[in-house]
Design a protein around this ligand. Structure first.
Ligand code: SF4
Length: 206
């Protein structure tokens, strides 16, 4: 059975593709990631996703558009379609950006599935140990319902180490931050690290 697999990048696709094939699925890749910045990084991750698909003999569909402007517009303006608490204003945008990001990418995947005769979809986001897994699951189930397709849930985090090993074997480019410009800052800024440590200490004391 064909399954539409949203690919956040090449390395995170390694384990899910292997596992889905073992389970009898035929995964077809779908690259839609307007959250990846800056431009050269987005191009590199897209190139790697294509390289991975070629190496493992998987068909891939690509939304070949760099989405920085749309990402910022969505993050810092009113967003609809996230459920009861669906109004997000400028002030909340920064803190809610992952929720918006998940809903956008999973929503587009469900829409693409519905429009292209896929009964079922999933995402390599469920491989990441760094994401809010439960929130993504809730959103995926919700968008599946909205578009009349099925969401296949599997906790691909079980294959974290195996996925890394495969990506190294395939000599894929491995990024070192999540994707958006904010996550890049969070990953490398010593100032932000200090603020986070201070917050953590304060929380522990209270
Ligand atoms: S940190 Fe990652 S999941 Fe969150 S908004 Fe940025 S790219 Fe999306």
């Amino acid at each position: 059975m064909k399954i539409l697999l949203h690919m956040c990048c090449g390395p995170c696709s390694c384990y899910p593709v292997k596992k889905l094939r073992e389970e009898g699925f035929e995964p077809i890749g779908f690259f839609f990631n307007p959250n990846i910045h800056p431009y050269q990084e987005w191009r590199q991750r897209l190139k790697t996703a294509r390289e991975f698909a070629e190496k493992v003999g998987m068909e891939i569909h690509v939304v070949n558009h760099y989405g920085l402007r749309e990402f910022l517009t969505k993050t810092f303006s009113v967003v609809e379609g996230l459920g009861d608490d669906d109004t997000i204003n400028f002030a909340d945008g920064f803190h809610n950006r992952c929720k918006i990001c998940y809903a956008w990418r999973l929503g587009e995947t469900a829409k693409f599935a519905a429009e292209n005769n896929f009964e079922i979809f999933t995402s390599t986001l469920f491989y990441s140990i760094h994401q809010n897994h439960e929130l993504m699951k809730k959103i995926a189930e919700s968008v599946a319902k909205n578009f009349g397709v099925k969401f296949f849930y599997e906790d691909f985090r079980a294959g974290w180490d195996e996925g890394i090993a495969i990506s190294k074997e395939l000599e894929l480019y491995r990024q070192n931050y999540c994707g958006c410009i904010f996550s890049e800052e969070e990953r490398f800024s010593n100032d932000l690290k200090k603020i986070r440590r201070a917050k953590f200490k304060a929380q522990k004391k209270s």
